[in-house]
Design a protein around this ligand. Structure first.
Ligand code: HPA
Length: 275
């Protein structure tokens, strides 16, 4: 499924008509972080009221766009995202990224829950995403190129903004919040991976594995959004503990990281003016 420029513009207009102000920063709240979008909100728009947006079918994802102040600035929060495993195409999972671009957003912070592949990682660790691996599936920008969003062939070398990564590390250091760094491997899901897949991913250089974020980062790189990605390690990946991966434990671990994760996020957002 491809979208026309007109469809992106209609969605952006529908949002702009309701927002009480402009925001140049957006944050996508992954599992466990949704609570940020429940307090002190200035405007909430359910995804179902935005043309082109899908409906989030994941229980832990609320499915609304929220405008609020955080870290001294206006921020748009996406509480809930769309995943390939829900049946959405890559273009649909990344639809909102291009809409944010049209709304004037320049910095996109993507958060997610991920399995730890690196054997030094523990449940509850936060990991700054330095790069990703995605060999398979679609691209969100496949098809007729919409020049308004950039060139067909575009660079991914600095898709995870070096200056935003430096800011995140600095803030984590100041707060005393541990922040790992590593490569996020995208897997389509919804099944968790097999132990053999995890061993293969580790050999290939992955530190964490998850089922989101990467389509959005690709779309963001094309249209020139600066991206910061942070994963919460909610479990050790398949085959690493001798036990099985339990979805409830993943959700619980994400919930437990909330205070640390949201404090770090607010502090990073506060520091954005300097990078
Ligand atoms: N694999 C893929 N996605 C995930 C995992 C995992 O182990 N944990 C949380 N999201």
């Amino acid at each position: 499924m491809e979208f026309t420029l007109d469809e992106y513009q209609k969605a952006a207009q529908a949002i702009a008509d309701r927002l009480p102000g402009r925001a140049d920063t957006a944050v996508v709240l992954g599992s466990g972080l949704g609570r940020i979008a429940e307090q002190d909100t200035l405007c909430e728009i359910p995804y179902g009221e935005i043309p082109g947006f899908g409906v989030s079918t994941v229980a832990s994802h609320a499915g609304k766009l929220v405008f609020k102040r955080l870290g001294g600035r206006n921020v748009l929060f996406l509480s809930g995202r769309f995943h390939f495993y829900e049946g959405y195409s890559f273009a649909q999972t990344a639809f909102y990224v291009r809409v944010l671009r049209l709304l004037g957003v320049r910095t996109l912070v993507l958060t997610n829950a991920a399995g730890g592949v690196n054997e030094a990682f523990s449940v509850g660790d936060l990991m700054l995403i330095t790069d990703h691996i995605k060999f398979f599936d679609d691209s969100p920008v496949r098809g007729r190129n919409l020049d308004a969003f950039g060139k067909r062939f575009f660079d991914m070398t600095t898709a995870y903004s070096p200056s935003l990564r430096a800011l995140a590390k600095q803030k984590a250091g100041e707060l005393g919040v541990g922040l790992r760094e590593g490569v996020y491997a995208y897997m389509p899901g919804p099944q968790f991976e097999t132990p053999a897949e995890i061993r293969a991913l580790r050999i290939l250089g992955a530190d964490a594995v998850g089922m989101s974020t990467v389509p959005e980062v690709i779309a963001a790189a094309q249209c020139g959004l600066r991206v910061l990605g942070i994963s919460c390690i909610t479990n050790l990946a398949a085959g690493m503990t001798g036990g099985e991966i339990d979805d409830d434990e993943v959700t619980q671990a994400a919930d437990m990281a909330y205070e640390r994760f949201s404090t770090l996020l607010a502090s990073i957002i506060e520091g954005l003016d300097r990078v």
